[in-house]
Design a protein around this ligand. Sequence first.
Ligand code: ZN
Length: 306
Amino acid sequence: MPELPEVETVKRGLTPAMEGTRITKLELRRGDLRFPFPDAFADRVSGRTIVSLGRRAKYLLVDLDDGNTLISHLGMSGSFRIEEGRIEEGRIEEGAVSAAPGEFHHVRSKDEKHDHVVFHLEGASGPRRVVYNDPRRFGFMDMVGRADLAAHPFFRDLGPEPTGNELGAAYLAERFRDKAQPLKSALLDQKNIAGLGNIYVCEALWRAHLSPIRAASTLVTAGGRPKAQLDLLVASIRDVIADAIAAGGSSLRDHIQTDGSLGYFQHSFSVYDRESQACRTPGCGGTVARIVQAGRSTFYCATCQK
Ligand SMILES: [Zn+2]
């Protein structure tokens, strides 16, 4: 599943191809993804100019010149690819450039039968297409007036971005002070922090040397102030997300298993998916363990994460 850094990478990859272009046609090749498309979706989007691209949590936001924002979520297997070159009768001519933004991450299908949405764009450098492909169709798209975005059910309960200035130790101390729930669960709660997923919670806790099973409230003083450990955790969250964005996603690369099913190939995580391997904390000597919390795998080192 694409996590926040992947979505940010996709946004950065799509921005130069989409921003400022006119959507000559939005082509929907089916009536729904995970959910039905909004009413008259193609008609409302076709003819509009794309003002800018943004991201909130794991949602891509495409701002249109009529004040609406198109919302796109990649689900489990959604991806975009950019096609440009000479387009004739709807086909991209041989030799045309095709690029999928984000050299990383969850599996991308190359199979055109999973191309469900096509943005036909007209920009300064000519026509191009941005194609949304999603074999499992857990992704979805919606549209909302920009002024109503914050109140939309997807967004209204979301906490601050993990890399935003709003996320500070004092804020989390307020959220965690009475929470007996495990620290990992508190960090996965999107009301506390938006867009932080399983992989990066494990990585941030490892960096901060904090156990995923300790109560969230143990990082807060009796007076409600953040302990130094909470300051360190906030810094670790920022760093782990920033590093992943810089690396172009979570270092998950496209990988299709030999039987053709979708799988994940991953490397370079410090603790995630490293069960029974040596902890990478210098001088620790511990071993990474896997436990299950709330149905999700947690990877951590009981020797250096307290
Ligand atoms: Zn360790």
